[in-house]
Write a protein that binds this ligand. Structure first.
Ligand SMILES: Nc1ncnc2c1ncn2[C@@H]1O[C@H](COP(=O)(O)OP(=O)(O)O)[C@@H](O)[C@H]1O
Ligand SMILES: [Mg+2]
Length: 382
């Protein structure tokens, strides 16, 4: 139908315009960026870390700060890391305006390994390539020199520079000595604000909270969690209404009861429910059930892979937690769900936490964190 509104829900990529809540977090991140306060944000995958920080970045850019963003996940090795880093620093810090280009390029030509620079014919973006076959020392020195550029530029231009490193926990996989190298450069840069984002909580915690690690106490720590349903609800109802569909409050409450305000899961289920609801119609319980079924179908391949990758003891524990969130190490709980002795349940518990499938709640109990996994399991094993 030409002219009909499009689905207003989005999941998968970062969202910046379609934001629910996070007001206090956003204000805090923006203030830290402006003040040059280094910051680390922990949260499991798909909770909205990248979205939050990129929205804050858009805010501080309006106030003339220069913000570079690098996702370590996109770099399979250190040379690629250097290339992505060079591209980010070039486009967002060194040459955000065309007139700065020549001067900016000169800075990159002086690196330990001189890059080959290519221009994307489609969008004009520059690509940096360092080639292959360099010694590790040369690659490290190149990365070091690159990381010094933002501080140099900040000082020269009198502008605040922010460097965001997303999926920071991955640096350990690139090179176990990487944290030391990064930290030694970063600690002499008061004019640069470093923002680190990461999931895989144990790796991040080790990096920032272990006294033997170079990043120990180097940044203010922040955690983000689920979006409170009473703040998510109005956002959802408003988006239905703005696109000529109605969502009853009690159906919205039910939906949020399923997702508990998990950002990704909520948007995914809303997307599906919106698709099921006719224009000028109303989303009811029946459509919600149908929407949920479709979400589980589309997640089936993903969950099957997750399930395949688990050891038997982990599966048993996951199933139990899907049925009943609680304290699997207590004798009662283990008896009720016929779990192994505490010592081996403890091992399985740690493995599931490390994979971010389950999470420890404030009250010390555990519950399935991965959205829809509990519902999928209930279907799958029945
Ligand atoms: N503030 C928000 N309001 C609504 N939806 C959000 C919000 N933050 C995140 N989301 C949803 O969660 C998804 C994952 O967000 P993302 O920022 O990629 O998470 P992370 O970086 O923690 O993995 C987004 O695609 C979007 O659907
Ligand atoms: Mg992210």
């Amino acid at each position: 139908m030409p002219g009909s509104p499009l689905n207003p829900f989005r999941f998968g990529n970062v969202v910046i315009d379609e934001f629910a809540d996070r007001e206090s977090e956003l204000a805090e991140v923006e203030a830290d960026m402006r003040n040059g306060q280094d910051l680390v944000i922990f949260a499991p995958r798909r909770l909205g870390k990248s979205s939050l920080v990129l929205k804050a970045a858009a805010g501080v850019r309006k106030r003339k700060a220069l913000v570079a963003y690098l996702n370590v996940m996109t770099a399979p090795n250190k040379t690629r890391f250097a290339e992505r880093l060079a591209a980010a620093i070039y486009s967002d810090v060194a040459a955000p305006k065309a007139k700065l280009r020549d001067k900016a390029l000169a800075m990159f030509q002086g690196l330990q390994i001189a890059p080959t620079i290519t221009v994307d014919a489609m969008d004009g973006h520059l690509g940096f390539s360092f080639g292959i076959g360099h010694t590790e020392a040369d690659v490290d020195r190149t990365i070091e020199m690159l990381l010094e550029l933002p501080a140099k530029i900040a000082a020269e231009r009198g502008q605040r520079v922010v460097l965001i490193v997303d999926e920071f926990q991955e640096i350990v996989d690139l090179d176990p000595d990487f944290p030391k190298l990064l930290r030694s450069v970063f600690q002499g840069q008061p004019e640069v604000c470093h923002v680190y984002l990461g999931s895989k909580r144990h790796v991040m915690r080790d990096l920032f909270s272990d006294a033997n690690e170079p990043f120990w106490r180097s940044a203010k720590q922040m955690e983000i969690g689920l979006i409170p349903p009473d703040l998510f609800g109005p956002f959802i109802v408003r988006r239905f209404r703005a696109t000529k569909k109605e969502l009853d409050q009690d159906v919205c409450d039910q939906l949020l009861g399923i997702t508990r305000g998990h950002p990704y899961a909520t948007q995914e289920l809303c997307y599906s429910l919106w698709e099921q609801t006719p224009f000028d119609g109303r989303a009811d319980e029946e459509l919600l059930a149908r929407a949920m079924e479709l979400v589980l179908q589309s997640e089936h391949a993903h969950f099957s892979l997750v399930w395949d990758g688990l050891a038997a003891g982990q599966r048993v524990l996951l199933e139990a937690l899907a049925r009943e969130p609680g304290r699997p190490l207590s004798g009662d709980y283990r008896d009720r769900h016929q779990l192994s002795p505490a010592s081996s349940t403890q091992v399985a518990l740690k493995a599931l936490v490390d994979r971010e499938l389950i999470e420890r709640e404030e009250d010390g109990g555990y519950r399935v964190m991965e959205p829809f996994l509990a519902e999928w399991l209930a279907d799958f094993v029945s």
